[in-house]
Design a binder for this molecule. Sequence first.
Ligand SMILES: NC(=O)C[C@H](N)C(=O)O
Length: 310
Amino acid sequence: MLPVVVVHGGAGHIPKERAELSTIGVKEAARTGYAILQKGGSAMDAVVEAVTSMENNPRFNAGRGSVLNMKGEIEMDAIVMDGKSLASGAVSAVRSVANPVQLARLVMEKTNHLCLTAEGASKFARSMGVPEVPEESLITDYAKMRWKKNLDPDANPVECQMGKMGTVGAVAVDIDGNIACATSTGGMINKMEGRVGDTPCVGCGGYADNKIGAVSPTGHGEAIMKVTLSRLVLFHMEQGKTPEEASDLALAYMKERVEGLGGVVVVDPKGTWAARFSSLQMSWAAAQQGELHFGLYHGEDFVEPVQEHT
Ligand SMILES: NC(=O)C[C@H](N)C(=O)O
């Protein structure tokens, strides 16, 4: 059953013209992570590289392609967590970094802290030699168009928020049984400047523990934080539920209790995995035992060989 990697490209409603590209992106990310695991690489390397590939893909709301805040600027959040030691690292409200997930990993490895924010995170990035990129290089025409549309007095921000998400995330178990997770996002469209979502918060935007499993979520950040969604999924697994049952219970609770929609990718130490969501869609892909599973709508589970590149 090991190794395994499962990725998501965001829960919500993905416009038709972007759906196929989103599926291509998650498949590519799962293949990237799986290639590392097959060579004996660590779960941490696999999730960071899988998320990096989606941050570099402008189709997703992370890295290049991130949504814009009220001022039309980019502020990104990311987290990584290592299930062996429970070490984790995160960044919030970072602007001029192409790959926030890699900066989050540096916070985990090179500091005594769990999360650095805004200017402090940028200073740390500079001190680590992480190249600064112009903010404009991360802003796509699509993100600008959506930002403008939301400034319109007739815009329905709630519908738009729940409409097109696209946060990215990954969970993996390597051949040594180590487990990791990573999540990265531009956050919610037209959010207030300085808004920090669920993604960089441990237990909300991700959790990994070799003894239980790992989770990377997507969805309405404020709702995810209210129910500490990632830890809630793992709590149900600790009580004996399968990753799928635990995900469905936690997502149903978030929906009932705080009217929040979202999705999760989950693994347990044996390599059992799940990709579940309460939103209309979530693009996801999972690689295990030479097979690539993927889907977008409820009930979908397409399978093709991992090797076959499309
Ligand atoms: N698209 C998302 O999943 C948004 C993210 N959870 C946030 O609230 O920042």
